[in-house]
Design a protein. Structure first.
Length: 352
C-alpha cells in the first residue's frame, strides 16, 4: 500500500498514508457488514537451479494465467482503503487490513461477509498493514512497529509478539521504522520490508527473522528506494522485492534475491523494470511461477523469466492481492478505493 499524494496514518512519530477514507468497512450489495460474518464452509519444488519454475508438471501450470478471464467484480465495498490480503486455507477466509486512521484487521468469507478481528492502536504503532500465513497456518500481521502472530479462528484472542525491532550491533536492538509487507518461507524464516515512511534519518531496510526470533538486517539502503511488496518463488529458492521510489531517473523495479538453504539471502539482480509511474505495491506468485504485481496501471503479470504477459485492469487502484478459494484460482484484490475485487485466473496461486 503506497500513496504519493499525502500520507496520513497516525503513529507516535508521524502518519502513515492518506487520500482515502478511513471509516470502518461497510457492505456492498453482495456482502454482509463487518461484524456480522455468516457461517460457511472453509474453503513445491521447481526445476533444479531455476527459482520460480512450476512446482509440478501438468498443462494447467503452463497456461497463460490471464488469457480469457472475466473482468474483476466487487466482492465487498469496505468504505475504506484496504491492504494486506492473505488467504487462510485452514479457515477458508480472506484476511485484510484497513491501515489508515485507527486501522483494523478483518476476515472475510468468500460470499463477502466480513467481521473485524481487532482494532489498531496508532499511538503505539500497532496498526495492521500487511499479512502473511506461516506454514503452520497461523496468521502473521505486519504492523507499523511490530510483527505479531495469531490464530486464524474467529475467536483468536490477543496476538503474540514475534518482533519489535532488529539487531543493530553495539547499539543493541533498535525499533522498526515503518514495516510494510512480509512473507514466510517453508522453514519458518520471515522476510519483511521496511520503507521507513516517517522516520528521520530515512533508512530503508529488508529484514530476516529466524524461526527462533532473531532479527537481522538483510540490506539497508543509503538511497530511498522504498522496499515494499515481497513474495517467494514457488520453490522457495528466490525472493522478489518491489521498490517503489528508486533514485531519480530510475524506473521502479522488482529485484530478485537468491534464497540460500540456511535462509540467508544471496546474490540479487534487477528482475524487471516497470513504467516510471509503476510504483509496484503488493506481489503474488502462482504455482506456475507467474508473478502478479499491483501497479497504478492494474495488475502487471510476468512469466518467471520476466517476460511480460499483460496487465489486468482493476476499477480502483490496487494495493495488493491474494489467491484464495478451494482451488486457489480466485484472486482477491485490495485497493486504495473502497472496494475489494475478485477475479478467477487460469493457474492456481500460492497462499503466502
Amino acid at each position: 500500500m503506497k500513496r504519493h499524494c499525502s500520507l496520513l496514518l497516525v503513529l507516535p512519530i508521524a502518519l502513515y498514508a492518506a487520500c482515502s477514507s478511513s471509516a470502518d468497512p461497510t457492505t456492498n450489495g453482495g456482502g454482509t457488514a463487518p461484524g456480522t460474518e455468516t457461517p460457511g464452509a472453509p474453503g513445491a519444488p521447481g526445476a533444479p537451479g531455476t527459482p520460480g519454475a512450476p512446482t509440478s508438471p501438468g498443462d494447467e501450470l503452463k497456461k497463460d494465467p490471464i488469457a480469457g478471464i472475466a473482468a474483476a467484480k466487487v466482492v465487498l465495498d469496505t468504505g475504506a482503503f484496504t491492504d494486506g490480503a492473505v488467504w487462510s486455507a485452514k479457515e477458508g477466509v480472506l484476511f485484510f487490513t484497513t491501515p489508515l486512521g485507527e486501522g483494523g484487521l478483518y476476515r472475510m468469507r468468500p460470499d463477502g461477509s466480513a467481521m473485524k478481528v481487532r482494532d489498531g492502536n496508532p499511538a503505539a504503532g500497532e496498526v495492521p498493514i500487511g499479512n502473511a500465513i506461516d506454514k503452520a497456518g497461523s496468521l502473521l500481521t505486519i504492523e507499523a512497529k511490530r510483527i505479531v502472530r495469531s490464530s486464524v479462528s474467529a475467536d483468536a484472542g490477543a496476538p503474540t509478539t514475534v518482533a519489535t525491532g532488529y539487531e543493530s550491533g553495539t547499539a543493541g536492538v533498535k525499533a522498526f521504522d515503518t514495516l510494510k509487507n512480509a512473507v514466510v518461507s517453508a522453514n519458518g524464516t520471515i522476510y519483511a520490508t521496511d520503507p521507513g515512511y516517517f522516520v528521520e534519518p530515512i533508512a530503508n531496510r529488508i529484514y530476516r527473522i529466524t524461526p527462533a526470533g532473531k532479527v537481522t538486517v538483510v540490506e539497508a539502503f543509503e538511497s530511498v528506494p522504498r522496499p515494499n511488496g515481497i513474495a517467494l518463488t514457488p520453490d522457495g529458492k528466490g525472493l522478489y522485492v518491489g521498490f517503489t521510489q528508486p533514485e531519480m531517473g530510475t524506473k521502479p523495479f522488482i529485484r530478485k534475491y537468491i534464497v540460500n538453504p540456511d535462509g540467508t539471502l544471496g546474490e540479487h539482480s534487477k528482475w524487471v523494470s516497470l513504467d516510471m509511474d509503476g510504483q509496484p505495491d503488493g506481489i503474488e506468485v502462482d504455482q506456475g511461477g507467474n508473478v502478479f504485481v499491483a501497479t497504478k496501471a492494474g495488475l502487471a503479470v510476468f512469466k518467471s523469466d520476466a517476460t511480460k504477459i499483460g496487465v489486468v485492469k482493476v476499477p480502483e487502484l490496487p494495493t495488493g492481492m491474494a489467491y484464495g478459494g478451494k482451488d486457489l484460482k480466485t484472486l482477491y484484490i485490495t485497493t486504495q478505493g473502497s472496494k475489494i475485487f475478485q477475479l478467477t485466473v487460469n493457474v492456481p496461486g500460492i497462499a503466502q
